[in-house]
Design a protein around this ligand. Sequence first.
Ligand code: PLP
Length: 368
Amino acid sequence: MQLTDIRPRLLLGPGPSPVSPSILEALARPTLGHLDPQFLELMDDVADGLRLAFGTDNTMTFPVSGTGSAAMEASLVNVIEPGDTVIVASNGVFGGRLAEMSRRMGAEVVLVEAEWGRILDPDAVIDALRAHPGARALAIVLAETSTGVQQPLAEIGAAVAATDTLLVVDAVTAIGGTPVAVDGNHIDVCYAGTQKCLGVPPGLAPITFSEKAMDRIRSRTVPCASWYLDVSLLAGYLGSERKYHHTAPINMVYALHQGLSELRAEGLEARFERHARAGDRLKAGLVDRGFTLFAQEGHRLPQLTSALLPEGVDEGPLRRRLLDEYGIEVGGGLGAAKGKLWRIGLMGHGACDENVDRLLAAVDDLFG
Ligand code: PLP
């Protein structure tokens, strides 16, 4: 297959989301060296844009060279030392991944679980925090892409802030679509991805560390187990020293720069409202067509709708026809929800009425 054979798709799955022509053009700008003063200036702009998107004043804010999982790993590996207790609140695939990574780093994981599709009860999470006062970190997913649930964080954040424990939050699907409010929610380490509501291709993963997290990192007794993701080494490149650490993915940084400029131009609140409007329209349209919304009422993500298909419908072949005949990608269910639901993303550039209409019209055709 040649690249010129690629047929465009309308990406309405759980990510990646559609990339606008202006962001694709940014990728094609001339590649610079990673120590070129022009590039360093762009990196500073990107850090500023990420602070806006995360809702933080944290100095240590940058894009990890890698996807969301790399930043998930960076968040954990920098704060965990072998033998530490880490509380992981899990109600889906990505909570499970946080637990798995923490265990691999030698942590004693205390799991607080909720049924898939439901939020984690803040009181249950806070009880676990009280029961483990020495816990190094409490990790939780803000926007659980496997179920479409939006986790309330305010109470949990306030409780963690009163302790020495660090709050680690997955905002991969949240950033740019719904508020993250890193500072407002007292989040210590927050990571994200470029390929969802920021509308940038996959390949970079924004991350931010509070001063409380940086103090913890500075007082580690053993070095961070990862050289590549060690934030104290990365600080040498990101800070005034500009010391070589690894070669930044230059053109992806251009794409993120463009995505963040577009976010700034639209305004965060306007961007959230656009996602909310599109998500509401989609949900109403699906319910009209016999789908059942999976995520707990009152805690549904606008940017990712999970919906059980009408009784008796074999979702796999239909999803394939949607791709082949209509050029529209949606996601299937994961884990226990496999074969039962669709996960439909209206993210970034893709969150608009026109895409809702295209999808619902295709569903009408397919369901006859
Ligand atoms: N966390 C969440 C909530 C996600 O949705 C994803 C990806 O979909 C990830 C983490 C992992 O990100 P990536 O696939 O970019 O490594």
